[in-house]
Design a protein around this ligand. Structure first.
Ligand code: MRU
Length: 354
């Protein structure tokens, strides 16, 4: 099968957004049609679409959906703009940790602010669609570049990854998974180990599905098996994606990433992060400032809907954790690899002075 697509726009600027419902994968490929912002926000909150770059792209298309609502409601230019701004805030705050979501919504809204005339609702929709498609196309290109940069420095040998960072999580081939598939496509052969990634199993359900579909052998392991894998010398490198990276290189990613980085350091295995520049939040100095999303207890107490704990038990369910920069060998971006991970190198590489 060709590379999956996480979101697609259907029709002209007053058309609608379609989301590949990742909560149904790998059992079913169901497309969810989003004709209103409420459906789009619900899809982001419930992880029907997920992964930092993919929710950013969805946020940008969500604004086009909002403009479509304004067209159908017959709003004046002023009312249409106010409607899009209000809906934009609902979209941008649907999930708090991945900075790409707010980044993409704000980038699209900034485009509107730069327009000299007062656009009608239909003109707003057209402007926002052009910007959403630009963000989507850009992410597709950046993923390919990150894949090439990463494949060039990925050590020879088996890799271990966490969560899902592939086509489902982005607008292109993925970030960390894009590095893995680019290395594979260049003829290198190695084993890919995928942490199952509790509690929502993005590794088992999504990463393994993408790799199987691509014909790349994958071995799924319980998150708790990572230490044993590393201790027995079976892993040459760990590589993960990111939801937000602060100015000093501290990196928020799926819960369990920090434990994996500590284990990798304990066993002398290099730990890589791959992410586009839209994942950096240089306004935050360190990882302690990153808002960490906490999700409902049911995800932990009844994984995949199957009760696994007694009634009355409580759960703590942070969706992300922060890996300190000192545990990261390099951060692979579209501008190249940032190594060592220091505030100075980050600033230089992102400014194109790397
Ligand atoms: O809660 P999720 O599934 O949206 O979390 C996704 C991750 O943590 C990914 O590793 C991250 O967004 C990078 S995606 C290229």
């Amino acid at each position: 099968m060709s590379m999956p697509v996480s979101v697609r726009w259907v029709g002209d600027a007053t058309g609608h957004l379609e989301i590949l419902d990742q909560t149904h994968l790998p059992a079913r490929l169901d497309w969810l049609a989003c004709h209103d912002v409420e459906t789009t926000v619900e899809a982001i909150k419930s992880l029907r679409v997920r992964g930092a770059p993919a929710i950013g792209i969805t946020g940008a298309y969500g604004l086009v959906v909002a403009a479509g609502e304004a067209v159908r409601a017959g709003f004046s230019p002023d009312k249409a703009r106010a409607h899009v701004l209000a809906r934009g805030e609902e979209l941008a705050s649907a999930r708090p940790t991945a900075v790409n979501l707010r980044w993409a919504v704000e980038r699209s809204l900034a485009k509107l602010a730069s327009v000299a005339f007062s656009p009608s609702a239909a003109e707003l929709a057209a402007l926002l669609l052009a910007e959403a498609q630009a963000i989507h196309d850009e992410d597709r290109r950046l993923c390919a570049v990150i894949g090439r940069h990463g494949a060039a420095i990925l050590p020879v040998g088996n890799v271990l990854t966490h969560c899902n960072t592939g086509a489902l999580a982005t607008g292109g081939i993925g970030t960390a998974l894009g590095v893995i598939t680019t290395a594979w496509d260049s003829g290198r052969r190695f084993e890919v180990f995928a942490d199952e990634t509790r509690p929502l199993f993005q590794g088992a359900r999504l990463t393994a599905w993408e790799l199987v579909e691509r014909g790349i052998p994958v071995t799924v392991v319980c998150d708790a098996a990572a230490g044993h894998l590393l201790a027995t010398g079976r892993i040459a490198a760990c590589i993960v994606g990111a939801d937000r990276i602060t100015a000093n290189g501290d990196t928020a990613n799926k819960i369990g990433t920090y434990s994996l980085a500590v284990l990798a350091a304990a066993h002398g295995v290099p730990f890589f992060v791959a992410a586009p520049s839209s994942t950096f939040d240089l306004g935050l100095a360190t990882g302690v400032e990153i808002p960490i999303e906490e999700r409902g207890a049911a995800e932990v107490l009844a994984p995949l809907g199957v009760p696994a704990a007694p009634t009355g038990a409580k759960a703590f369910n942070p969706a992300f954790d922060v890996t300190p920069a000192r545990l990261i060998r390099a951060i692979i971006t579209e501008h190249g690899a940032i190594e060592p991970v220091t505030p100075e190198r980050i600033a230089a590489v992102l400014a194109g002075r790397g």
